[in-house]
Unconditional design. Structure first.
Length: 378
């Protein structure tokens, strides 16, 4: 079986790493005739070293077979360039299936290029919905799911979302709840992070542990266009972070988009209350998340990682596709606004016990299930 995997952004590198690892295990199990040959295509959607190459090195992912070098641009221009270049790769490689991840422009371009060439599409992380069409990610998810033949869902809710849209398991489509491949990754790499990452010592936090085992800092990630491209909204978030930083230090790894928009709009938070640092590697991020007092984020992946590490999470968005984390009571949606963010963070309740909730995202073997199913189909 020949698989072309299309990735372009850091969350996809992480997800693809776990599936690639499952492919390697499968290949060692089987004879030569039954091996899966994976061709890795990197669109270049993320192209900064700290957002890109370091992840391949750290996760021990082989160098991409193709690096398309697309870079930044408008959604239309970026997606169109990817579509054209991915099509050339698929015509050359002639894969049995094209595997895409998540909800980026790379995801949609990979799915669309494959569908136009009548190549089956496998969507890992299918069925997520925020029901906000103003989000580019929501449009990418919807279109990719409707183009896909194999839909690998992380949760029961995702399967239900697809069913409501008429996408059901049947003769022409396979819809499976397999669990979350990011959970596979967290289980594996968090152990490595504990041994190898020195980020806490580098930031001077190692000796400031609280009574409940967490270190005394808030971790923040901020990158979505709805927050960064609206100057008033971005300013209100930064003001809120300055305010909560009076009580507890705030660590903010700056996404390139956030850094750019802060500079464009001349927004300079009080750095004595906030540690503004460069984007961190995956292992460093896991270490920061696991030891934080609480996490404030607009990232889908970070919401889940906070849940798995049992660290309270505040999602700085109007809605989330990961509704399970909210229903569990661990994640709180906070519409960005200085007063609202400050009040919610300061008034949060003590940590809750979530007995019986650990199975929502599977058992850490989603990647194995995906590969077994693909082997059965081809």
């Amino acid at each position: 079986m020949r698989v072309v995997t299309v990735v372009g952004a850091r969350p996809q590198f992480i997800k693809a790493a776990t599936v690639s690892h499952a492919i390697q295990i499968s290949n060692r199990r089987h004879c030569l005739k039954k091996k899966i040959h994976e061709v890795l295509v990197h669109t270049g959607q993320h192209y900064d070293y700290l957002m890109d190459k370091v992840f391949f090195e750290e996760l021990k992912i082989p160098e991409p077979d193709y690096h398309l070098g697309v870079g930044s641009g408008s959604h239309a221009r970026q997606t169109a360039t990817m579509l054209e270049r991915i099509e050339e790769v698929l015509q050359k490689e002639k894969p049995n299936v094209v595997m895409v991840y998540g909800d980026t422009n790379s995801t949609l371009a990979g799915a669309l290029a494959a569908a136009k060439l009548y190549i089956p599409v496998a969507h890992v992380e299918a069925g997520l919905r925020s029901y906000n069409r103003a989000m580019p990610e929501e449009v990418n998810r919807l279109l990719t799911d409707h183009l896909s033949t194999f839909l690998f869902c992380p949760t029961d809710e995702a399967v239900k979302n697809l069913s409501r849209e008429g996408i059901k398991d049947g003769k022409t489509r396979a819809v499976r709840k397999v669990g979350d491949v990011m959970y596979d990754s967290v289980l594996f790499y968090s152990k490595i992070a504990e041994k190898k990452s020195t980020i806490l010592e580098d930031l001077g936090f190692r000796n400031h542990q609280s009574a409940i085992g967490n270190l005394q800092y808030y971790l923040v990630t901020l990158h979505r266009a709805e927050n960064t491209d609206n100057p008033n909204r971005l300013e209100s978030i930064l003001r809120a972070l300055n305010e909560i930083g009076k009580d507890t230090p705030v660590v903010l790894p700056l996404h390139p988009r956030t850094k750019k928009m802060m500079k464009v709009n001349q927004l300079f938070p009080e750095t004595q209350r906030m540690k503004l640092i460069d984007p961190v590697s995956y292992l460093d991020m896991l270490k920061l998340e696991k030891n934080a007092k609480a996490i404030l984020t607009d990232s889908g992946g970070v919401q889940k990682e906070a849940y798995w590490f049992r660290v309270p999470c505040f999602t700085l968005r109007d809605e989330t596709e990961w509704v399970e984390t909210v229903k569990s009571g661990w994640n709180i949606l906070v519409k960005p606004g200085e007063k609202k963010i400050v009040e919610t963070v300061r008034n949060r309740k003590a940590r809750k016990r979530l007995s019986g909730q650990r199975g929502i995202f599977g058992d850490g073997k989603a990647s194995e299930r995906i590969i077994r199913m693909m082997e059965g189909c081809f």
